[in-house]
Write a protein that binds this ligand. Structure first.
Ligand code: SER
Length: 686
């Protein structure tokens, strides 16, 4: 291997390699892509899922990206192994019904073993091993014919390793993994099947060809049928490749992560790697700090704020673990103001939004550290009381429920309780504590299951979409159309008629009804047919492209094969909803004018006569601020500022200064920008 390649260089080489082979370079999506099954984007393919499933037509046949990913299932493993990171980047190339196994293998081989001087990564071909699904003779064949690999370095491994799925229903397929042999000093011979530390997986090529209807485990799932086309989804771990190409022992020592460890060394006065061996407890702490600081930076960058559930809780945990580990390293002062900027300087090169959004990011992170410091203080008092009680009663063990209360109510981590107990000459009933934790986890899981159930099975809607194509959606053009029903549903199943009094769903070939989105309530109105009338109760898009009306039959009986319907939006309702929605844009602009650009809307709801705008702010607003925001808003109304909209690319919209809200996904070909009073208020608004 020749030169050391920086992470940015590896990233650029990857994208250039595939761009030179006809792939469109697609920017990383936000970590918060809207998928009810995923807390965070955890693989490069997630933004492309609708293309694989055939729900949407891809605008390109080939794409390549470097996608930000977060996986926190293994948070306890961070720092203890060479390769567990909560944030990582996945380099990927994707084919949507274009090239398949042979192309994927050839492109990967060229990049992995290509000469560094001519843009490749320069791995020694003799150190490459691959795995294939037993029976996948095609993949084996191409590894031999294209790459010239000998049979003994093509290992068959079962479904667990060589069939990839999302862990939830979705696309999947056999895969083939590429490993680099780091050498005998790292473990026994025998290929990836024998040792995955010595043989490090760097790239997974997935031959995406099936749709899974249920996934119980990696190797236990139901295949619903073939995907509309055969696709390629690959994922190369950027951090893993970086540590190999930078001659490091693990992902925490690479160029984009290690500087945080260096700063932590300066602050704590302790030395990373001092004990020589791997896994020294301080080394693990340094790595946890570096990993968590970077992940927190990326999550806040994409709009997550600390909270007590879901994404916010993950962020809170990461931030607090980072702070806590700095304390364990002996550093007591606020640590994030020292560490976060180091991470920003390294990651900002590839993610400029970290630089432009820095003020907001820093504010969120530092406030959380402050809050945690207060928690520690309060928790310490509670701990002292508990310890005092135990001692007075002549016992030596802090009961499990006390440790649990400290954790649950005061956010006091158990390792802190253990440590302080030891200092006080006491022990802790750890099994009791763990039992209570397990019970709490069970409750949380049951809760999550219940929440997921709300996303009813979308299969039936997908079937309607597949059979008929997308709804012709005329909400922006007209308030009335003549339409034909494509399907009638009751309780999620197709029916032949809807009779007086029934509540059901109607899918039309075309509709003027606005479906709830962007915080604006669905249109109200009626659908008339010969001999009867439906009242529209709600309008939703359960799958992209398909508009579904929830209706109540006011009178008559609607047959599924009715010829002609009149869909009529209530014009007053629509006007009211639009006014409320414009009002939200105005209040948002006023907020930003008064509070500055870190004030960002996080949610909204608009219906006639009512608007609500949510935004996160660290302190309550002062009466003066509220008054000023009201004045700015009212002035905008009095001035009767002109409202207009136009379509442009996401890049153009950003250049134009339009605000894009975090967590929303936009179709890059064409976003809708609404402006009020010219540049005063410009927002992406679908
Ligand atoms: N989706 C596959 C993975 O996550 C390849 O990108 O490993």
């Amino acid at each position: 291997m020749s030169e050391h390649l920086s992470s940015a260089e590896i990233r650029n080489r990857f994208l250039a390699h595939f761009e030179g082979r006809g792939h469109t370079v697609v920017p990383s999506a936000s970590l918060l892509l809207d998928d009810p099954n995923l807390l965070f984007v955890n693989a490069g393919m997630v933004p492309f899922k609708p293309y694989f499933l055939g729900q949407e037509t891809p605008p390109f046949k080939r794409a390549t990206s470097v996608q930000k990913c977060v996986r926190t299932l293994d948070i306890e493993e961070v720092g203890k192994t060479t390769r567990h990171g909560t944030f990582f980047q996945m380099n990927g190339n994707f084919s949507f019904g274009d090239y398949f196994k042979e192309g994927a293998i050839q492109y990967a081989w060229e990049l992995v073993t290509g000469d560094q001087a001519s843009g490749g990564l320069g791995f020694d071909p003799d150190r490459i091993w691959v795995t294939v699904l037993p029976g996948d003779d095609e993949a084996r064949h191409f590894w031999k014919s294209v790459a010239g690999l000998p049979d003994e370095r093509i290992q068959p491994r079962g479904l667990k390793d060589n069939y990839w799925n999302m862990g939830v229903p979705g696309p999947g397929g056999p895969c083939s993994e590429i490993y680099v042999d780091r050498g005998p000093e790292f473990g026994p011979d025998g290929g990836p099947d024998a040792d995955e530390d010595r043989f490090l997986e760097i790239w997974n090529l997935v031959f995406m060809q099936e749709e899974l209807s249920a996934v119980r485990a990696k190797d236990d799932f139901d295949i619903a049928g073939p995907l509309p086309s055969k696709n390629i989804d690959t994922g190369m771990g950027l951090e893993r490749v970086a540590y190999l190409l930078q001659g490091k022992q693990n992902m925490y020592e690479i160029d984009t992560v290690f500087p945080v460890i260096e700063r932590a060394m300066e602050l704590s006065g302790k030395k990373y790697g001092a004990a020589g061996g791997d896994g020294h407890v301080d080394d693990v702490r340094f790595r946890v700090v570096a990993d968590h600081v970077r992940s927190s930076l990326m999550l806040i960058g994409d709009g997550v704020t600390p909270g007590n559930e879901g994404r916010g809780y993950v962020l809170r945990r990461l931030l607090r673990r980072a702070v806590r580990n700095m304390r364990l390293l002996g550093y007591q002062d606020p640590a994030l103001p020292e560490l976060l900027p180091v991470s920003r300087d390294k990651m900002g090169e590839s993610y400029p939004e970290l630089v432009s959004g820095w003020d907001r990011i820093a504010q969120v992170a530092y406030a959380e550290e402050e809050a945690f410091r207060k928690t520690l203080q309060a928790g310490t008092q509670i701990f002292d009381l508990a310890a005092g009680d135990v001692k007075t009663s002549g016992a030596t063990t802090i009961p499990g429920d006390k440790a649990f209360a400290l954790h649950d109510t005061y956010g006091f981590p158990i390792d802190l309780t253990l440590e302080m107990a030891a200092e006080a000459g006491l022990s802790v009933d750890e099994p009791g504590f763990r039992q209570l934790m397990a019970e709490q986890r069970e409750r949380a899981k049951a809760d999550a299951r219940a929440k997921k159930g709300q996303h009813a099975d979308t299969g039936v809607y997908r079937g309607i979409l597949d059979a008929n194509g997308p709804t012709e959606w005329l909400a922006y053009e007209t308030l009335e159309t003549e339409s034909r029903p494509l399907a009638l549903l009751r309780e999620g199943a197709a029916v032949r008629t809807l009779a007086t009094g029934d509540v059901g769903e109607v899918v039309l070939d075309r509709t003027p009804f606005y479906a709830e989105s962007g915080g604006q309530v669905a249109d109200a109105g009626v659908i008339e047919f010969e001999g009867g009338k439906l009242e529209v109760l709600d309008v939703q898009r359960p799958v992209r492209g398909l508009v579904v009306h929830q209706v109540r039959v006011v009178d008559g009986e609607l047959p599924a094969d009715a010829r002609l319907l009149h869909a009529k939006v209530d014009p007053e309702w629509r006007t009211g909803a639009r006014q409320a929605h414009s009002g939200t844009h105005i209040v948002h602009a006023a907020l930003r004018e008064v509070l500055g650009p870190t004030a960002l809307q996080s949610g909204s709801f608009n219906r006639p006569g009512y608007l609500r705008l949510d935004f996160g702010w660290l302190n309550a607003l002062t009466p003066e601020q509220v008054h000023e925001i009201e004045q700015v808003s009212n002035n905008a109304l009095r001035a009767d500022l002109p409202v207009g909209w136009q379509y442009m690319t996401l890049g153009e919209a950003k250049d134009w200064g339009a605000i894009a809200l975090f967590g929303e996904t936009y179709d890059d070909r064409s976003v809708r920008v609404v402006e009020i009073g010219g540049p005063w208020s410009r927002e992406l608004c679908g």
